[in-house]
Design a protein around this ligand. Structure first.
Ligand code: MG
Length: 386
């Protein structure tokens, strides 16, 4: 029986994890659950699952009266406590944004298995995260369909045997939309993902291809691969989750219907593969499987993000932060869709390049990029309303 800590239990990854755990009660038990501010949602989960404690990252509304009588902890620092709590054999990090970095490091330093869905951890602080793995002896398993696929294709083989990794991208809702029409696109259009059901931030990132840039950086750190050996292809059916081409010319791909529950169970149970009752995969029904080159000119965040990864230091952290600000402004309706990339690009141009050695360096770059991006969002909102 593995104790599972779920950071971000009320979010999309958290709820999928709870469904997986619910189907395997003899294998997994929820020991701690956290939420950012959905106090009522967290309360309901706690009543049902009776964890050891729950964490609310933000102070709840004063009128909030929990029904669950167990231990409540409040504040961001409590996320770190949850990530390293003794009963947590596996920590699922389903937090959104760079807020996930500190709990990631805490779990790995405490020697836990970390099932990492919070890709921002690796993007913003990849070197620090991999250093925490070495120091704490923790185990890092990706909860991202593409990286889960690569992990399965590699099956522990050394990276020297790999010629390259091909990450697949669905292409998002605007894959075939002419770029001239991008200015008309609103949040509801961007949230209509054709194949994956995910949270709002990542769904917009899928529409801009920023998500794929984040995933290239994630793959670079996770598998120790140089950037020129990581390629992106668009695969609208989202059946092939990624491929690994080995140096002997053999290509392995991992396939399946798009649901996050498969990579979540893989990360929780690895190296075991517990039985799941799913309808059999029908290759004929899934056909045809098609692949295209990404429209790099029309979706510039893919290139901007990968270049940020190549540059390294605090630049990937700043890319992530500027993108978070721009996406939030787009979701609020204060920024046009094509301006998400513009805001990120301008912010990175102005960023002061500093080395990345500690968490404080990441935080400083994150703050600076947010400041630059917010200023640019305001400037554009001002010139639009003027
Ligand atoms: Mg993914």
């Amino acid at each position: 029986m593995r104790g599972v800590v779920i950071l971000g239990a009320t979010g999309s990854i958290g709820r999928s994890t709870l469904r997986v755990i619910g189907r395997h009660p003899h294998l997994f038990r929820a020991v701690a659950l956290t939420a950012r501010r959905d106090a009522a949602g967290l309360d309901a989960l706690a009543c049902e699952l009776e964890p050891e404690f729950v964490v609310l990252a933000e102070e709840p509304d004063p009128s909030f009266r929990p029904r669950w009588r167990g231990e409540w902890r409040v504040g961001r620092e409590a996320l770190v406590v949850a990530a390293s709590t003794p009963g947590g054999d596996v920590v699922v990090n389903g937090l959104v944004g760079v807020a996930g970095l500190e709990p990631t490091i805490a779990a790995l330093e405490a020697g836990r298995r970390l099932a990492l869905a919070n890709k921002e951890s690796l993007v913003a602080g990849g070197a620090l995260v991999m250093e925490a793995v070495r120091r704490g002896g923790g185990e890092l398993l990706p909860v991202d369909s593409e990286h889960g696929a690569v992990h399965q294709c590699l099956a522990g083989r050394p990276v020297e045997q790999v010629r390259r990794v091909v990450l697949t991208a669905s292409g998002g809702p605007f894959r075939t939309l002419p770029a001239e029409r991008f200015p008309e696109v609103g949040p509801t259009d961007a949230l209509e993902h054709p194949t994956w059901d995910m949270g709002a931030k990542i769904t917009v990132d899928s529409a801009t291809l920023a998500n794929k840039a984040l995933e290239v950086i994630e793959a670079h750190h996770l598998f120790g691969l140089p950037y020129d050996r990581i390629e992106v292809v668009v695969h609208p059916e989202s059946i092939v989750h990624s491929m690994v081409e080995f140096r002997d010319g053999s290509v392995l791909a991992q396939m399946g219907r798009p649901t996050m529950e498969v990579p979540i169970l893989y990360a929780l149970a690895y190296p075991d593969r517990p039985a799941e009752e799913r309808p059999p995969f029908d290759p004929v029904a899934a056909s045809p499987l098609t692949f295209e080159r990404p429209r790099r000119e029309d979706f510039p965040l893919l290139g901007i993000g990968v270049d940020a990864g190549r540059e390294g230091g605090v630049v990937p952290a700043a890319f992530n932060a500027a993108n978070e600000v721009a996406v939030a402004a787009f979701l609020e309706g204060t920024l046009a869709f094509p301006d998400i990339a513009e805001v990120v690009s301008v912010s990175l141009e102005r960023l002061e390049r500093t080395p990345l050695e500690t968490l404080a360096d990441v935080r400083r770059a994150d703050r600076e990029a947010r400041h630059l991006a917010s200023g640019e969002v305001e400037r554009r909102a001002g010139s639009r309303s003027a």
